[in-house]
Ligand binder design. Sequence first.
Ligand code: G6P
Length: 615
Amino acid sequence: MCGIFGYLGHQDAAPLVLAGLERLAYRGYDSAGVAVIDRAGHLEVRKSAGKLANLTSLLEREPLSGNAGLGHTRWATHGAPTDANAHPHLDGTGEVVVVHNGIVENYIELKGRLAAEGHTFTSATDTEVIPHLIQELLAQGHTLAEAVRLAAAELRGAHAIACMHAGSPGTLVALRIGNAGGVSVGFGSGEMFVASDLPALLPLTTSVAPLAPGEMAVVTPEGCEMLTLDGRRVDTARQTIAMNPVAAARGGHRHFMLKEIMEQPESAMSCLRGRLGFTPPSAVLGELPFTSEELRSLSRVVFLGMGTTQYATRVGARTTELLARLPASAEDASEYRYREPVVDERTLAVAVSQSGETADTLEAMHLAAGGGARTLAITNVAGSQADRGADATLLMHAGPEIGVASTKTFVNSMLVMYLLAAHLGHARGALTDAAAAAHVEEAARLPALLGEALELNRGVYERLAAAYVKARRFLFLGRGLLDPIAREGALKLKEISYIHAEGMAAAEMKHGPIALIDGETPVVALVLRDALYEKMLGNISEVKARGGVVIAIATAGDDSIEAQVDDVLWVPPCPPLLAPMLAAVPVQLFAYHTAVHLGNDVDQPRNLAKSVTVE
Ligand code: G6P
């Protein structure tokens, strides 16, 4: 998955494209490049491995001038992140330039055929076959739009592609096949933009047209023509998006990740705003179009997500089962989409995705819809593909999340699912009025409790990071609603500190991982004062009996725990269903301070991308 940005108009293209790529860097940042065509039809490319700053300095040394530009920020799939493999890619004549997001699944076959016809390649990417295919078709007399369309028909897989040709400097062709991330066209005055997502366009224009799968846009500085990939003209609706540009200031914090952790009370408050009814207390989810009858007729809820978000859905599924008394499962979307799951009209499929652009989550949602399920998106990005593709959407309202490691959207997605569970439980009669009201009152306490959680343990994280940073690996253990938080704690640590960590249900440790226990494998035990507290104490004893080191995440006031473990991080006392949201804070901050101690790039960790738009 990668970011694409294009510009056609009267301004100098390179700086605009570069700024657009900066807004898309969350999609990948292992290399970047830009191509510019001047009025005389002279096409030049600059590209550089590494973060965008490398391309910026290259452009300072070797500027590009022209009013048509195409740029790309990459997350490598085929071919290492080198200068040669960075996009844009050219054909053999150097006249056709392509940027691409997706995987050409049949690239070996295509490359073989083209090589046999005399084409030579300069990169190890799958993408490079695309400009060569287009050039062949141009040589046969097709227009640029036709050549791109016909070339696309030869590609297997899901793609977003943008292409320019030195021979037609005033035209840019963009297309979308399947769900390899979106492509949207932005309308300016005498200038046009193309970008992978809407937020990248918003500082420039709020007038946009997102391409549906199977559509292409032939863009000129004056406007664009929309076609289907079988060549029919379509009237893709132009929309006006009312959304602020990404607020990118770190607000005095050293990293976006820390800023986003610290603003969790505020983002939880935004999520709750307008959703709490008080007389009597109830979850007001006015965005849901489903009638009470429809909610009562549901037979199961399937939550779909990936990564951190998938761990949030594990909490959501358990909460739904508990409050709505409905069978609910949390599915790894990448597995769900290929396993022919049982789905019907009585299934509610809930796709949870911060970005709303994760390819596997979108495909899993479409698969469920195909089987008759009603679909609901829970996303942080209005106008994202998940939002547009679902029957209904509940927005997380966390504000833009820039740090690649998700934090505040993890908490907000659990909070939305908690409200949803209470709403379903009430609508289905599984919760009495009083019980539903009690849950809403508890949810309303979350912002203040998050504030308390952030106040606790000041200075302790830094001390623990210094003390444990040499550990070769960590285990994270939790039970019940804290099992997913143990998994998330391990994921966070891996993502930004690069220390191996495993998170699991505490009882599972006995079935193998206990063999790893030694004095150099710290165990982070989530041992809050809940119904499973004593069971967790048993698991801690098992670790201690084997010479293990335990860092407890415990309920403030539980003084007895200190004697049983090596270190403690406190969480404020809280209602059981808020515990996962509050226990998220210490696991986030522990990972953050460990990574800072190691001097790692916390906001853009190696090899990752914020949004995975390829499967
Ligand atoms: C990537 C990110 C994770 C995120 C996952 C799902 O792997 O690095 O932080 O949890 O994608 O993203 P989504 O946007 O669908 O929530």
